[in-house]
Design a protein around this ligand. Sequence first.
Ligand SMILES: [Mg+2]
Ligand SMILES: [Zn+2]
Length: 179
Amino acid sequence: MNKALLLDRDGIINHDLAYVHKVADFSFTDHIFSLCQQAKALDYFIIVVTNQAGIARGLYTEQAVRELHQWMIAEFKKADIDIQKAYYCPHHPEHGGLQYQHNCLCRKPMPGMLLQAKREFDLDMSQSVMIGDRESDVKAALAAKVNRRILVKSDYTQADNLDDTAATEIVECLSEIKF
Ligand SMILES: [Mg+2]
Ligand SMILES: [Zn+2]
């Protein structure tokens, strides 16, 4: 079996400017490359799991997200980092019409994307790590039985009640995370 570093995208890989869908708006966070290099050196697969309800809201297309992710993965590759796959959920429970309005199992805090990654990459979730900046990220990880669940503080976590968080660690900055 394999172990994975599971990464939320907005707020973890790129600065969360809300509904980022173009290269021009995609700026990598500090420390994400060094973090991924550490993970790679320890044989973690690196997998992205991101809610992209902007698709259901009609703000951008799935094709735009796929192209952005191809570019993002190529940028990581330039730093000798392999991203095995970037999963996205295009749905929203209240928007998106026939195609995308859906109480799906993939929109975090549901664990669908993580469980799909588990199947596709034969992941041992007990050896895997999830990093996100919302409670919904660590809740999805708990539901998928990911043992190490790291919440990076953000504007979103301030709104969440951290007294009963599903996180096993809370950090201010990606640079605090050690493997
Ligand atoms: Mg996020
Ligand atoms: Zn979904």
